[in-house]
Ligand binder design. Sequence first.
Ligand SMILES: [Zn+2]
Ligand SMILES: [Zn+2]
Length: 190
Amino acid sequence: MQTKTATRFRQHYTALLDLRLPKQCPLCRRFCFDHGLCADCWQGLVFITPPFCQCFGRPLAYAIGDHLCGSCFTKMPPLAEIRSCFLYNDRSRQLILKFKHGDALHLTLLFAHFLKRLSLPWKSQTICLCRFRFMPNDIFTGGSTNQPVLLIDDVMITGATPYEAVRTRQKAGSGPVRGLVLARVLRHGL
Ligand SMILES: [Zn+2]
Ligand SMILES: [Zn+2]
């Protein structure tokens, strides 16, 4: 009974709050039903879905036996896995620039939601979260040698930055390094 009353109160309180503070799309500020993107902005994002390379996360045209792209098949990258939410296009660029340079910190929750969906299987293995290019030099000191690491960045262009960061740190004794990226640039031959 108490739970029902509490639920009803919460519903009324939320409805009242919606009237006073209507929800808006974090990108175009159009009014919408929840805290996510509006339908138009959502449609502009190209999410990366299977099939993709099990190592580098590159989208594949069709599912293949070993689930590796040609590049990883030829030479395995130093990272154990990289996963990206969506392709880097006009819409995702708008979103990321708004967050980085437009003071749109309200996008944090939305990004966290996107990344959380990608990172679930790795949650229990990680010891650090930081951007590829800002990985501190002493991160594997103090008894954390051989521990798996999860790195997060906003955009991946060629993979050169994460590769370089990972090679250096693996020499210092890290365990497998995995990466999460919001958007990745997809070029022919990447
Ligand atoms: Zn919108
Ligand atoms: Zn690959």
